[in-house]
Design a protein around this ligand. Structure first.
Ligand code: PLP
Length: 292
């Protein structure tokens, strides 16, 4: 029973309720972020908090949702929610949504609310997934939005496509879904970016149909620092099936190896050597350790 931040106030978790006529609940216009806090030698640190909060504000800007708080206020509130809940490690969820003052498609007149919650959250796809890798299914749902790709926005409170894709994959016994773009090229997971290794080179889909992931950016930097060539370009389904290694990245999923796609074994069917190297570089980085 912890503490939550709502519109500038710290309130008990169980009193953070919302009215059934909340605009965002009906029409799906909301934006959120996912941030992780890690235990480091200097105490708990929120990994790339500024970038996540900037993306939250950018997402709101794209969707024309006015946010009545500054970047600094929102960053400080996220740190405070972690501290007040005595979390050494955990997940932080800031949410910007429209209130119940107004019904109808136009959100004008509905008040913007900002909530920040935090809770302990271990490996998103399980500890074993981080070690052994997961089994993924290419989805029958595509990653697209008819008018706006929303690749710069952590795409609103509307994750319908991702949920449908994930439901379809998990109901078929897979661990996660992989969405293609409207042209049939690889886009991303239901909540993760994707990387592929081929002959020592790291490839990731460009940002025409995948979220501009902050973990993706960290992995590109960590790889380049280690002298690994990184190419951002379109990736076909066949290329993935014949890749040496494939992995997902995301704040929740961290760096999760993929050992099988659509019943095709990837590489040796285990976490590949470059994946392992970048995974440990990532954990060293988020935990503030010198690279091992
Ligand atoms: N793609 C989607 C659709 C997401 O929801 C997320 C969110 O975590 C990501 C990719 C990964 O982004 P990040 O690394 O910034 O968490």
């Amino acid at each position: 029973d912890g503490t939550l931040w709502l519109d500038g106030q710290y309130i008990p978790w169980r009193t953070a309720n919302t009215h059934v006529l909340t605009h965002s609940l009906h029409y799906g216009m909301a934006v959120f972020e996912g941030v992780r806090a890690y235990q480091t030698a200097e105490g708990t640190a929120l990994f790339r908090l500024r970038e996540h909060t900037e993306r939250l504000l950018r997402s709101a800007h794209i969707l024309q949702i006015p946010v009545p708080f500054t970047l600094e206020t929102l960053m400080e509130a996220q740190c405070q929610v972690v501290a007040q809940n005595h979390l050494k490690e955990g997940y932080i969820r800031p949410l910007v949504y429209l209130g119940s003052e107004k019904m109808g498609v136009s959100p004008r007149g509905a008040k913007t609310h900002v909530a920040i919650a935090a809770w302990p959250w271990g490996a998103y796809l399980g500890e074993e997934a981080l070690q052994q890798g997961i089994r993924v299914k290419v989805s029958s749902y595509t990653r697209h939005h008819p008018n706006i790709t929303l690749c710069k926005a952590k795409a609103s409170g509307n994750y319908m496509n991702s949920i449908l894709a994930n439901n379809e994959a998990t109901a078929d016994g897979y661990d996660e879904a992989l969405l293609l773009d409207v042209e049939g090229f690889v886009a991303e997971g239901s909540g993760e970016n994707l990387f592929m290794v081929k002959r020592g080179v790291l490839y990731t889909p460009d940002l025409s149909s995948a979220l501009e992931g902050i973990t993706r950016d960290s992995i590109i930097q960590l790889a380049q620092e280690r002298g690994i060539t990184v190419l951002e370009r379109r990736i076909s389904r066949d290329e993935l099936y014949t890749a040496d290694e494939v992995f997902f990245t995301g704040t929740a999923a961290e760096v999760t190896p993929i050992r099988e796609i659509d019943r095709r074994v990837i590489g040796q069917g285990t976490r590949g050597p470059l994946t392992e190297k970048l995974q440990s570089a990532y954990f060293d980085c988020v935990k503030g350790r010198a690279p091992s």
